[in-house]
Write a protein that binds this ligand. Sequence first.
Ligand code: ZN
Length: 160
Amino acid sequence: MSMAKLEILKLPDQALRKKAAYVDGVSDAERRILLDMAEAMYLNKGVGLAALQVGIDKQLAVIDVGEGLVKLINPAIIKREGSSVAEEGCLSVPGLQVRVRRANRIKVTFFNEKGEVSRLSADGLASRAIQHEIDHLSGRLIVDYLNPIRRLLACFCRRT
Ligand code: ZN
């Protein structure tokens, strides 16, 4: 039986609010962290995890929405198409579901584990999970979407 080596930080931990540091070179250290992050994600039944959530200040994220493990180093969105709203949870904000508007389809550049520049396209849950994790890498959390959504709902209520 294995125990998670990495503990997941929860709000209001200010480490979650950093802008994660760019990874200048991909080494065994980053590959090890990504493996440990994947283990922590699976043990906690998440579909994604960013390094800041385990107190590591690097632009690293892992995703698995049931289509296999994806490891992202320095991910950046280069194209967005469409948008939709859906409820999201977060391992760092337990017990809260927040409706978040995200792009439906995205194209992302990132470094793979060999340090090569790579690209992927994603839609559906994978797209949403990647956008959620990229938010984490700049210190943004689902709670940050609460006020604008509530303002929007209040606006609709006045109209009808
Ligand atoms: Zn999260």
